[in-house]
Each structure stands twice: as C-alpha cells, then as structure tokens.
Write a protein that binds this ligand. Structure first.
Ligand code: ZN
Length: 293
C-alpha cells in the first residue's frame, strides 16, 4: 500500500511540477507597437504573446472586455506604454490583483509635457525613445527567461541597430523638407516627439497630448486656418485612429492637400513598427517636400 502510494506520488510529481516549470510564460501587451517590439526581442517559441488592442484601434479610447481580465489574471508579464496612453486598460491592470510583473515600456524616458503639463504618451515616435522601450522589454524578458538571456540580449542589440538606421534614414529624408514647410498639422497631438527629433513643428487640430479628444472651439479653428493660409502650409494630415471630419473641413476651407492617413497611435494589421514608421515618414516627406508657389 505504502509503496503504491509512493509510486503514484512519483508518477504525479513530474506532471505537477514539471508542467509548471516548462509552461510557456504568457506576456500581455496593450498596443500592437509593443506587441511587435516584444516579438522582435523574445526568442521564437519562448513566450505566448497576446495584445489587448486590435490592430488599427485607438489606444486612448480602448474599452477593456471581460476576456481581457482573464488574460491579465493569467499573465506572467504585462507590458504597457504608460504615460497615460491607455487609461482604461492601465486602471484594469492596476485593480486586477494580477501577480504578473507590470512594465511601463516608457520607464526612464523624460516625457514631453503638453500645455496642461500632462505627459505626452506617444514617446515611440522618436526612434531614440523606441530604443529605450527595447532595453526595458529586454530587461523584463531576461528576468522572466533567465536561461535565454544571451539570445534575448543579442536580438535586442540587433533590433536597436535597426532603430538607429531608422533614425538616420528619417533624419536624411526629413531634412529635405524646406524650412517654411516644416509644420505638421495633424488631427491630434501625436507627433511631438518626432517633431522634436527632426526639427519640425506640430499644429494639432484636436486636443494635445493625453486629452486627444478635446474639440477646438471656433476661435481656435479660425486661428489654425489663418496660420495654414499665411504660412502656405502645403499639406495637412489625418490619422487612422482619429476622426478626420474637422481635418477634412479645414483642408477644403484652406484648399490644402489632405495627405494619406498617418498611422500614429498603432500599427495596421500584419505590419511591423519599422514598416509603418517608414511609411509615415515617406508620407510626410512627400506631402511637405515641395514649396507652394
Ligand atoms: Zn494618440
């Protein structure tokens, strides 16, 4: 009897403890950009990655679903942007009681403050900041998967090289825009980090920084129209995650070209950060690259 009990324990032991030791950790992200960064750094088949935001959706306005809570509870690591990009999800994660390690990918980045002195969350728009995101994700992954440390470090280093190339290519491309055209009129204030890095100026139509859905009043719209006319700004930009209605009206009113939409706050389906960023830079360079007669 005793032997049989012992044997059954022995057969159960590896099942119970071996399974826990080899279970693939679940890593949750709150934005497709973070999901891409995670997949670039994590060695294949070492984690299960799940993104709580569908491709193309607006991170500021995302309302969590009940299924999200189950994933948050089961997660080993949760990577969010921080700086109030995803207020509803961040609140849900904070109150969930999850035992997962929670990483803000913007840790260590000095944010640009908007006119309410609130941090602008779109820090990845400067590739130098994106490098910081990768370093933070690398360090959190090494804690989670210490045996993979060497591979994780190598993958992070390789990707950081690609981000440095992206920075260099962006600088070259945007330096060709003539001085009087170096203005980004966008639907919401998503490109302050890009503008600071590459010597452009942002004139957002709605809101600034965190308060992305503040509609401008009539006086503010009139002032913006005046600036676009006076400075002969050749093109203005809509964004895939923001309502384009007012931007279209202003383009019509000022007879300004409406550039193809920028992917500022997320990634389109099946796209990487590098592809999407290059596409945005090409759109900006093409739209602003010519002088208005
Ligand atoms: Zn935004």
């Amino acid at each position: 009897m005793k032997i049989r009990l012992l044997l059954s324990l022995f057969t159960l032991f590896p099942l119970l403890f071996g399974a826990a030791a080899t279970a693939t950790p679940l890593v949750i992200t709150t934005n497709p950009i973070l999901d891409d960064f995670l997949r670039q750094v994590a060695p294949p088949d070492t984690i299960r990655a799940h993104c709580l935001l569908a491709p193309g959706a607006d991170p500021h306005a995302n309302e969590p679903r009940p299924a999200d809570l189950r994933l948050i509870a089961a997660a080993d690591l949760i990577i969010q942007n921080g700086l109030n990009l995803e207020p509803a999800l961040a609140r849900l994660i904070r109150n969930s009681g999850t035992r997962a390690k929670i990483l803000a990918a913007t840790d260590g980045i000095t944010p640009i403050l908007d006119h309410h002195r609130a941090p602008d969350p779109h820090a990845w728009q400067d590739p130098q900041n994106a490098i910081r995101y990768i370093e933070n994700i690398r360090d959190a992954l090494i804690q989670l998967l210490p045996r993979q440390a060497a591979v994780i470090t190598q993958r992070a280093t390789d990707y950081i090289h690609q981000l440095r190339d992206l920075d260099q290519q962006t600088r070259e491309k945007l330096s060709a825009i003539p001085p009087q055209n170096r203005v980004l009129v966008t639907t919401h204030d998503s490109l302050a980090y890009l503008a600071r890095a590459y010597d452009l100026r942002v004139l957002p139509i709605t809101g600034r920084g965190g308060c992305s859905h503040t509609e401008p009043n009539a006086r503010q719209v009139a002032a913006l129209i005046k600036t676009i006319r006076e400075q002969k700004i050749p093109a203005i930009f809509i964004e895939t995650t923001a309502n384009p209605k007012l931007t279209r009206l202003i383009a019509r009113e000022t007879k300004t070209t409406l550039a193809p939409p920028l992917h500022t706050d997320t990634l389109p389906k099946n796209s990487t950060f590098l592809e999407t960023y290059r596409q945005n830079i090409q759109t900006i360079a093409t739209a602003l690259g010519t002088t208005t007669p």
